[in-house]
Design a binder for this molecule. Sequence first.
Ligand code: FES
Length: 111
Amino acid sequence: MNWLHKEIKWVPVGPIRQWFEPGINAMVLIEVAGKDITLAQWHNQIYAFAKKCPHAGGILANGYINAVGCVTCPLHHYSFNITNGRNVSGEGYYLKTYATKIEEEELWIGI
Ligand code: FES
């Protein structure tokens, strides 16, 4: 294994429609292999990232995803790109994100 690239372990988490209706932008909290993860549907794409904000632990699912696809924390309003975890509001934090894929309506999270 290349030390720069951690291997992803794909974990099935069930049918995607148990979490989201088509076309609805929303976030839910799930547990995957002992990790608390925020699952988001935004413009019919599925994203996964940490439950808590890296600044001071705000629950990101209680925030919102803005018009350009960044989740905003409900506590101090820092924003993070949900595709790569980049802190777009400039405070220098990094949000852990997870890969997702859908195969035959089954959602998988890469941890
Ligand atoms: S806890 Fe999220 S911005 Fe402070």
